[in-house]
Design a protein around this ligand. Structure first.
Ligand code: RUB
Length: 360
């Protein structure tokens, strides 16, 4: 993505690996500060996933793969059995960071399978190659989704999106925002309604920042305002990303996605989910079988931002000791989804024998 830094426009990825170091944009600081941090080993990378330095299903998957590559490099001088034990322990550490996005589990398992035969050097080489493949596939998938998804966007469309399924949630370009970027670059007039996405405000902090960088017209709205604009006929389509699509076509995505889908259905507005093959979990029958991450209640009771002097600050918005619940994701039943924008084209219902038929 193109980012304006100190008056200069630079092309940066959300995350990348150089030998045993992983670099990522620190998304906790955006939009107030643009900072890239380096992670020296797999434990630091796992912590960065857990604390949401990087986030979004695609980016989490790439970070998980890079973490496995770091682990393999850390252990390369150990005897064979200890090398394998180290890899399995690292896999466990990375898999216990966040439970919902399937990309994380698939990435770790792909790395383990790649290291599944041959001598130590061969396993090391294959694992590292697989981690890089995951990141490269992610990039290609975002471009493919952008190209096919843009065909659904007509000139003048007002598109609503929830959370951030943009370049920051992927290595670059993104899922839901990729078709919007394509349509904008093709010269179509597009406008984006950006849901704030409480409690961590991935919409108002990250999606709005991406729209500003790309020069795409947008407005941030509070989560409760989406229905108001839909009913007034001011939303032409909805595009969101996904953390997991189950075999029956249910979509697990950021909390609040379900509400937007029901509202879109009620108001006859097409509701699209942009997701690559890596986000489809064909082994899990329905969305109700997916573990939904519940995060710290402080994310609900506290807000952070910058003060008038631009200094980071955190404020409590409830009375001390207030009890809050904080599910990070919800399930949108398949019936509300008009179609999937995937890296293999647009997939519309009816899905024969579930989505698994399409993805083989
Ligand atoms: C992110 C979120 C995004 C999906 C899509 O949640 O719900 O919509 O992950 O991601 P969080 P992608 O910020 O809690 O990780 O576009 O990468 O597939």
């Amino acid at each position: 993505m193109k980012v304006k830094i100190d008056g200069e426009t630079r092309d940066v990825k959300t995350l990348w690996r150089e030998d045993s170091t992983v670099w990522m944009i620190d998304q906790r600081k955006l939009p107030h500060k643009f900072e890239i941090i380096s992670l020296k080993n797999h434990k630091e990378t796992a912590k960065a996933i857990k604390t949401m330095v990087t986030r979004g299903a695609g980016a989490i998957g790439c970070a998980a793969g890079f973490g496995m590559a770091q682990a393999a490099l850390e252990a390369k001088d150990l005897p064979f059995h200890e090398f394998m034990e180290y890899l399995n322990n690292a896999a466990e550490t990375i898999k216990t960071t966040r439970p919902t996005a399937v990309n994380l589990f698939k990435a770790v398992d792909r790395c383990l399978v790649a290291a599944g035969w041959g001598d130590k050097e061969y396993r090391l080489e294959r694992l590292i190659k697989e981690a890089d493949n995951i990141a490269n596939e992610d990039l290609k998938a975002s471009l493919a989704m952008g190209e096919s998804g843009a065909r659904l966007i007509e000139d003048g469309f007002r598109i609503l999106t929830h959370c951030n399924a943009g370049a920051l949630a992927f290595t670059d370009h993104g899922t839901a925002l990729s078709p919007i970027r394509y349509a904008h670059r093709e010269g179509k007039k597009v406008f984006v309604w950006v849901d704030e996405t409480r409690p961590r405000c991935q919409g108002s902090r990250l999606t709005a920042w991406e729209m500003q960088q790309e020069g795409i017209p947008y407005s941030v709205i509070v989560d409760n305002a989406a229905g108001y604009y839909m009913r007034r006929g001011e939303v032409d389509m909805v595009i969101v990303g996904a953390d997991r699509v189950t075999a029956n076509g249910d979509v697990v995505n950021k909390i609040g996605t379900y509400e937007k889908a029901v509202l879109a259905y009620e108001n006859n507005i097409p509701f699209y989910v942009a997701a690559p093959g890596m986000t489809f979990d064909l082994e899990t029958p329905t969305g109700d079988d997916v573990e939904i991450e519940e995060r710290d209640s402080e994310e609900v009771t506290m807000m952070w931002g910058v003060d008038e002097a631009g200094e980071p600050t955190r404020v409590m918005i409830t009375r001390e000791g207030t009890i809050a619940r904080n599910p990070a994701f919800d399930v949108t039943p398949a019936k509300y989804i008009t179609a999937f924008i995937t890296d293999r084209g647009i997939i519309k219902p009816p899905y024969r024998e579930g989505i698994s038929w399409t993805f083989g």
